[in-house]
Design a protein around this ligand. Sequence first.
Ligand code: HSE
Length: 314
Amino acid sequence: MSSGHHWATAFAPASVGNVAIGFDILGFAVEALGDRVTVSRTEARGVTITDITGVAGGLPTDPARNTAGRALLAMQEALQPGFGFAMRIDKGIALGSGLGGSAASAVGAVVAANALLPQPCSKLELLKFAMQGEAVASGSLHVDNIAPSLFGGLVLTVGIDHPRVKQIPVPEGIRAVIAHPQMFLSTRQARAILKRSVELSDFVWQTANLAGFISGCYTNDLDMIRASFEDVVIEPQRQALIPRFQEVRMAAMRAGALGCSISGAGPALFAWALAKDAHGVLEAMRHEFTAASIRIDEWLVDLKAQGAQVIETG
Ligand code: HSE
């Protein structure tokens, strides 16, 4: 039995995750770019990847080694739908950009496959399948890209085995600026360099900042958001991996950003700014990158992006 559809295509947005102080738990969706995944029913059980097109060449088509493939294998194993999945992935997010490309492929895959099932899964169930896929790319189970790509908006996820997802309201008028220097940075590498322990004083500072940031979002307190928009644990360790990081960050802050940090594992950077300042912040960031002959892709987006959607069925 199936839903009656033979195939479905889903669009899954990119994401910024971590959002600075919320390492591995806080991210927001970015609808301006994303992956399109088409999943078709096959008589034969199992998962095949028939084609990968778009901006990320060289990805494995062995489903066990591919983020989207692994997510669908997890889904097959858990649900035993009685038919198989063949998948095409059209990548809109560059590999190793820090913009949640592997998560978007995994999310797109499970959302498209879900449209073929007689009894669709809840988003929380899909989240768990997609997490299995993300682990292939980064070497660990984390949800800060998966959850916003699936649910949309700014999302906090608590827990791994039994994740709880909370969409956090963002004050009106805040925009996100994203600048992606055109280089590849391996998430695995950017995770491998991180120290395994944290100084007590940094722990206190970081938890205060995360609490301040989230309470600032709930209470429209821009001053609190600005004051707490500082990652004192991960960013200092990773910044050396990103050329011009400090110059770009400081230029964004001088131009009026509420905060500026690394998007995910980098090398993309993101800033939040009020709408009136956002263009200036983007120009300032671009200026610092191009002064060092670093070409960037750039986006200026709102923080109310939808999560992944089925966009076509047949
Ligand atoms: N939270 C992850 C990290 C995102 O910063 O390593 C990368 O996918």
